[in-house]
Write a protein that binds this ligand. Structure first.
Ligand SMILES: Nc1ncnc2c1ncn2[C@@H]1O[C@H](COP(=O)(O)OP(=O)(O)OP(=O)(O)O)[C@@H](O)[C@H]1O
Ligand SMILES: [Mg+2]
Length: 308
């Protein structure tokens, strides 16, 4: 059951015109640019008409990027069944920044893995960017994942013996791009997260925050519709965590939808909407009033490590 909260439910907070899919273009290797159509909408969507705006701030004709209905996931362990998710329904619109919270074992990672097309639900429907992915085969899911999802893990999941540049190029290998284009786009993505000068460093030669930034660049490089991050700041100190949040806020401002899992309320505060899980269900869905700008907060924090 959804609790009644003093703050309005997510979607009730005033929201400006919906953002559209960002287009990542590598401009001759000069850098990764995140751009939208001239009207703030993508070139293939009609100009925003305020008369169509609903009370929840979204357009009547707007398509959710995530539309989940009655999603359940059960694991059979020996003779017992683990109900990891028990009928989750959730809608996320393009351009939202959602934090998923909840106690350990409440189903957050199970949910994110489903959203990231890393796994299939036992029952329920998942429409990702207009595409029903609920019952796709593992191969089909892999193809959709490569096209639409940028996934960031708590443990970075970088190849230890590969350079930052090679790690970021990896998703494009499966996308069948030429090596020149892969290199150019990977350099642009590293530049976008402030790591152009570390392109030839291996993970062991980078700080935790820098490794996570490489992972963000890798998540970005295929121009995903959504970035999903499962506790991306879980292994980082306070300042580095805020640096990662600053990057995610910037990506979100450029139009990318972001959904992250965190245990920490002060990290969730940088998002626009907090969705709380308990025992495999969504129990709260709250709008965050005015999230602080992580860049401003960084100005007030002492430097703990060199974050060049
Ligand atoms: N592959 C699996 N096989 C069996 N049970 C699983 C599997 N993955 C998760 N579970 C169970 O499903 C439930 C939800 O797990 P999940 O990892 O989604 O929790 P979580 O909210 O991410 O927790 P945490 O905050 O500790 O990361 C737990 O009871 C867990 O033990
Ligand atoms: Mg988890």
């Amino acid at each position: 059951m959804i609790e009644q909260m003093s703050t309005p439910p997510a979607g009730d907070h005033p929201k400006s015109a919906p953002m559209s899919t960002p287009v990542i273009s590598s401009d001759g290797g000069q850098g990764l640019t995140l751009r939208r159509g001239a009207d703030g909408g993508s070139p293939d969507t009609p100009p925003h008409d305020p008369s169509l705006t609903l009370s929840n701030g979204h357009r009547g004709d707007e398509q959710p990027i995530i539309a989940v209905t009655g999603l359940a996931k059960r694991y059979v362990m020996g003779g017992t069944v683990v109900h990891a998710l028990r009928g989750v329904s959730l809608t996320v619109f393009r351009g939202e920044f959602v934090a998923v919270m909840g106690p350990s074992g409440s189903g957050k990672s199970t949910f994110m893995n489903l959203m990231g097309c890393l796994d299939r639900p036992t029952t329920g429907t998942y429409i990702l960017d207009g595409l029903d992915v609920s019952q796709m085969s593992p191969d089909e899911l892999a193809a959709v994942r490569n096209l639409k999802i940028g996934f960031i893990f708590q443990g970075f999941n970088l190849l230890p013996r590969a350079t930052a540049l090679a790690n970021v190029q990896l998703p494009m290998v499966y996308a069948g791009m030429s090596s020149g284009e892969r290199r150019e786009r990977a350099l642009a993505a590293l530049d976008a997260v402030g790591l152009a000068e570390r392109a030839h460093h291996k993970p062991s030669e980078l700080s935790g925050g820098q490794q996570q930034r490489v992972a963000i660049a890798r998540a970005l490089v295929n121009d995903p519709a959504i970035i999903l991050a499962d506790e991306p700041t879980g292994n980082l100190d306070s300042r580095t965590s805020i640096e990662v949040m600053a990057i995610l806020q910037e990506l979100n401002r450029s139009g990318i939808t972001v959904m992250l899992v965190t245990h920490e309320a002060d990290i969730a505060a940088y998002s626009q909407r907090n969705v709380h899980f308990r025992d495999g269900e969504v129990v709260k869905d709250l709008a965050v009033g005015t999230p602080p700008d992580a860049r401003d907060v960084l100005q007030t924090m002492p430097h703990i490590e060199d974050t060049v």
